[in-house]
Design a protein around this ligand. Structure first.
Ligand SMILES: C[S@@+](CC[C@H](N)C(=O)[O-])C[C@H]1O[C@@H](n2cnc3c(N)ncnc32)[C@H](O)[C@@H]1O
Length: 187
């Protein structure tokens, strides 16, 4: 099921809206081995994250053109790009971190967060970034755009607890980190 309002503008415009090195640094991405990402899009985050981590990045998208663009940019990096409806099927891998970037305005956020939680290894983290609530040059309509507190509440229902408050990711985003409430997925 295609997540609502998940279409992409032009690649160079999209990539002008993020300070990617700052985001990777504030989320401390180099800690991780295997990582799974919902929605590679143009590979905006997939490519630099695959460079930063010590293992493989598994990235899933429902749109073949987005997967093709990310594969084209991946070169010899350890990236597996797969066409997969994550909302329907979950991630199908066990990893150290799951990335939900610019996606939690979906129709069923708690279901998606449950899929993310069940893909985590014991000490893993779900990492979220989203558009600030308010005036931004892009982002989902405010009627469907979540506040960070809403995401924290949905995550709690999915068995995840927030570990570092709300992380400022200027110019337009914030980040949230979550670990398992009960680290019982011992893999
Ligand atoms: C707003 S874009 C964000 C892409 C990337 N995470 C980023 O921040 O640059 C959302 C992406 O999710 C993909 N998508 C939408 N619904 C999906 C689903 N059910 N399963 C997998 N990918 C999906 C879209 O095709 C699109 O590439």
């Amino acid at each position: 099921m295609l997540i609502r309002d998940s279409g992409m503008p032009d690649e160079s415009y999209w990539e002008s809206l993020f300070d990617v090195p700052l985001i990777l640094s504030r989320l401390d991405m180099t800690r991780f081995g295997q990582v799974a990402e919902l929605g590679c899009g143009y590979g905006t985050f997939s490519i630099p994250i695959a460079r930063a981590i010590s293992g493989t990045l598994y990235t899933f998208d429902i749109d073949a053109a987005m997967l093709e663009r990310t594969r084209e940019r991946a070169g010899g990096l350890p990236i597996v790009c797969e066409e997969r409806d994550v909302m329907e099927l979950g991630f199908g891998v066990q990893v150290d971190a799951v990335l939900l970037f610019n996606i939690l305005h979906c129709e069923q956020p708690t279901r998606l967060l449950r899929h993310a939680a069940s893909a985590l290894r014991k000490a893993g983290e779900v990492l979220v970034i989203h558009w600030r609530y308010g005036d931004t040059p892009r982002g989902p309509h405010l009627d469907i755009r979540p506040h960070p507190e809403e995401i924290v509440a949905w995550a709690a229902d999915a068995g995840l607890k927030n570990v570092a408050g709300v992380i400022d990711l200027p110019p337009w985003h914030y980040g949230l980190r979550f670990c398992l409430q009960r680290a019982s997925n011992d893999h």
